[in-house]
Write a protein that binds this ligand. Structure first.
Ligand SMILES: Nc1ncnc2c1ncn2[C@@H]1O[C@H](COP(=O)(O)OP(=O)(O)OP(=O)(O)O)[C@@H](O)[C@H]1O
Length: 259
C-alpha cells in the first residue's frame, strides 16, 4: 500500500436509501399537519416514529403510499418520485410496500386462507395453486397461525387477527413495511409477540420498515432509529438510549406517560 493511500473502512459505506422525503408539507383546511418535514429511511432498517396523538404520524405514511397527496415537497420511494407516478406506476410501487393498518382490515366474510389468497392472486399472478397454498402455509406458520387457515377472522382473538393481517401483508414479499400502531389494543405479552414478528420479518426478508407506535416497549424492541414528531416537524432523532436518557421535558413526559 502507498503511504498516502486512503483505505475506506467498510463501516463508512453509505447505506442505500429506500425512502427519501424532502420538505413535505400537508394540511387540511386551516390545520397544518406536516411542516417542511424531511427524513430518510435506509435499506434494512426499522425506523420508529413516535409522537402524540394527532401529530401527523399516520398522515406521513399515507403520503408515502399516496393515499394522501402532499401540498408541498417530494417523496422518493425505491427511486421513484411518488407524486409523479401515473396510476400503473403507483400500483406497481404499492405492490412492493406492505401497509399494516391500525384496524388490521381483514375481510370478515373470507377465511384466513382466502384473505391471504386475495393479494397473492393479484400480485403474484404466476404462482400455481400448489405454490400459492405452500406460500400461505409457510407465512401462517411464520406468524404462529399454522392451524387457522380455515377459520373466519371473527373466530380469532385480537392478537391473532393482528398476526393474520401481518401474514396477509407479508405474503406478497414486500420490500418496505409500514406499520401503523401494530400493537395498539393488545395485551403486553401479545404486543411483545408482534414486536418479535416485526424483527423476524426484518431479518428474514431484509425489509425496511417505518413503525408508528405509542408503545415504548415496541419501540424498544424494534427500533434501529427513532424520530419523534411534534407540531408537524421532527422534534428529535436518535436511538432508544438517546430517548430514554434524554433530559428534554417533552421527551421525558412522553416516556413517563407511557411507563
Ligand atoms: N383525511 C383527513 N381529513 C382531515 N383531517 C385529517 C385527515 N387525516 C388526518 N387528519 C387530521 O390530521 C391530524 C393528524 O392525524 P394523524 O392521523 O396523522 O395523527 P397521528 O399522529 O397518527 O395520531 P394517532 O396517534 O392518534 O393515530 C389530526 O388532527 C387529524 O384529525
Amino acid at each position: 500500500m502507498f503511504k498516502n493511500e486512503t483505505v475506506i473502512p467498510v463501516s463508512t459505506k453509505i447505506p442505500d436509501l429506500v425512502i427519501e422525503i424532502n420538505n413535505l408539507s400537508k394540511g387540511f383546511a386551516a390545520l397544518q399537519v406536516l411542516k417542511n418535514l424531511s427524513l430518510k429511511v435506509f435499506d434494512g432498517e426499522n425506523l420508529v416514529v413516535l409522537g402524540k396523538s394527532g401529530s401527523g404520524k399516520s398522515v406521513l405514511i399515507k403520503c408515502i403510499v399516496r393515499l394522501l397527496n402532499p401540498d408541498k415537497g417530494t417523496i422518493t420511494v425505491l427511486g421513484e418520485n411518488v407524486n409523479e407516478l401515473k396510476d400503473k406506476g403507483l400500483a406497481t410501487l404499492r405492490e412492493k410496500i406492505g401497509f399494516l393498518f391500525q384496524s388490521g382490515a381483514l375481510y370478515d366474510s373470507m377465511t384466513i386462507k382466502q384473505n391471504l389468497e386475495f393479494p397473492l392472486r393479484r400480485i403474484k399472478k404466476k404462482l400455481t395453486t400448489k405454490e400459492r397454498d405452500e406460500k400461505i402455509e409457510e407465512v401462517l406458520e411464520n406468524v404462529g397461525l399454522a392451524d387457522t387457515s380455515h377459520k373466519m377472522p371473527s373466530e380469532l382473538s385480537g392478537g391473532m387477527r393482528k398476526r393474520a393481517s401481518l401474514a396477509r401483508t407479508i405474503v406478497v414479499d414486500p420490500i418496505i413495511m409500514l406499520y401503523d400502531e401494530p400493537t395498539t389494543g393488545l395485551d403486553p405479552v401479545t404486543s411483545d409477540g408482534i414486536s418479535a414478528l416485526i424483527n423476524d420479518i426484518q431479518k428474514k426478508s431484509q425489509t425496511s420498515s417505518i413503525i408508528i407506535t405509542h408503545d415504548i416497549e415496541c419501540a424498544r424492541a424494534t427500533a434501529d432509529r427513532i424520530i419523534m414528531l411534534k407540531d408537524g416537524e421532527i422534534y428529535t432523532e436518535g436511538n432508544i438510549n438517546d430517548f430514554e436518557n434524554s433530559t428534554d421535558e417533552v421527551i421525558q413526559s412522553f416516556f413517563k406517560q407511557k411507563a
